[in-house]
Design a binder for this molecule. Structure first.
Ligand SMILES: NC(=O)c1ccc[n+]([C@@H]2O[C@H](COP(=O)([O-])OP(=O)(O)OC[C@H]3O[C@@H](n4cnc5c(N)ncnc54)[C@H](OP(=O)(O)O)[C@@H]3O)[C@@H](O)[C@H]2O)c1
Length: 327
């Protein structure tokens, strides 16, 4: 079995349409991951042809990078993207933060060395900033650090992970040629990247790594009003207040529009994202063999029929559940 590949912008890398999102296996904010299961899921992903894995120094304080590195060292075809956390610890980047607050050059160099150490790899394929403000273009000394890391062969490519639900806050970076990849939230609910960002990426040859295509689990259909998350799991906040209840009619409306049952939701949600020509890969958070196998099967090069994409456009739902619920 194999998974269809697409070019990652102009990096020269060919990445599988379905990528592996390795936040959950860091096992700090997502509770319940066990390392033996996480490693088995990662290895199964690679066995099924998957070649793109997204991690970050911040996932489990380096734990996710260690697990990803273990599997990447066994399989040299695996392409690893990781991220530098902002030095000021602010997620997402507040508008008033400067480039020197978040990504001073010496911090970028130091964090990259530490990630290389944890990954146990000679180079990082794609190093990303974990947050971004377009005002940082031409500010600070981060660009010198990126140039130095590339020159020293420690990173091959550089990109940014865009602040939650702020796709327009990277259009200038894309147009200025400052980044080779962007990572952005794009799903049936948050369709805002279609407004400007995705076209800008296509026009400028910038690779698009889609995150949160399942809206942190909403679009799997598995989150019901009765869903209980493990103690300490960050999703208590994301699905706090009346949000689990608010979600249900939205999901039923999608099912009705497409003539599917709840079972069919994750597949449609992933194919929706892959139907956009700007998208290089969708990194799905998956910690079980079952989810890896189901998602890998979707990477067959077929998006959704255009009629279904059109229907799903009507289900856009602009909101920010990373902000605390009011009630
Ligand atoms: N700021 C940033 O840069 C940032 C922020 C968020 C995420 N990310 C990256 O993007 C990746 C993806 O986002 P995410 O993991 O937060 O959310 P996601 O991919 O939208 O959703 C993950 C959830 O969907 C479940 N799932 C996956 N496939 C499924 C299937 N076929 N059927 C049913 N359930 C399924 C997972 O279950 P299990 O976990 O139980 O398998 C998990 O609960 C992350 O892992 C991370 O690499 C980056």
């Amino acid at each position: 079995m194999s998974i269809n590949t697409r070019p990652l912008g102009r990096t020269g890398l060919e990445v599988t349409e379905i990528g592996f999102g390795a936040w959950g296996i860091g096992a700090d904010m997502w509770k319940g991951a066990r390392d033996d299961e996480s490693l088995a899921a990662l290895r199964r992903f690679v066995e099924l042809g998957g070649n793109f894995v997204d991690t970050a120094m911040g996932y489990g304080n380096g734990h996710s990078e260690r697990l990803v590195g273990e599997v990447a060292r066994e399989h040299p075809q695996v392409i690893v993207a990781t991220k530098v956390s902002p030095k000021n610890g602010r997620w997402p980047a507040p508008p008033e933060a400067t480039a020197m607050d978040a990504f001073p050059g010496e911090w970028v160099l130091r964090c990259t060395e530490a990630s290389l150490e944890r990954l146990g790899l000679p180079a990082i394929h794609v190093q990303q900033f974990h947050v971004w403000n377009d005002s940082w273009l031409g500010e600070g000394d981060w660009q010198d650090a990126v140039t130095q890391l590339k020159r020293d062969g420690k990173i091959r490519h550089f990109g940014i992970s865009i602040n939650d639900h702020q796709p327009d806050n990277a259009v200038r970076a894309v147009e200025a040629g400052a980044v080779e990849t962007v990572q952005v939230i794009y799903n049936v609910f948050d369709q805002s990247p279609q407004d400007r960002l995705l076209d800008a990426c296509l026009a400028n040859g910038v690779g698009v790594i889609v995150r949160v295509a399942l809206d942190e689990g909403s679009l799997t259909g598995n989150i019901t009003p009765d869903t209980a998350f493990p103690e300490g799991d960050w999703r208590h906040g994301y699905f706090g207040g009346k949000r689990k209840e608010e979600l249900q009619p939205r999901l039923r409306a999608i099912e009705q529009a497409l003539g599917i049952t709840t079972e069919g939701l994750p597949e449609k949600a992933l194919r929706f994202v892959l139907s956009h020509p700007a998208v290089s890969t969708v990194i799905v958070g998956m910690r079980s063999l079952r989810n890896v196998e189901r998602n890998a099967a979707i990477g067959d090069g077929r998006g959704l029929p255009p009629g279904q994409v059109e229907k799903l456009r009507a289900h856009r739902w602009d909101r920010n559940w990373y902000e605390p619920a009011r009630d």
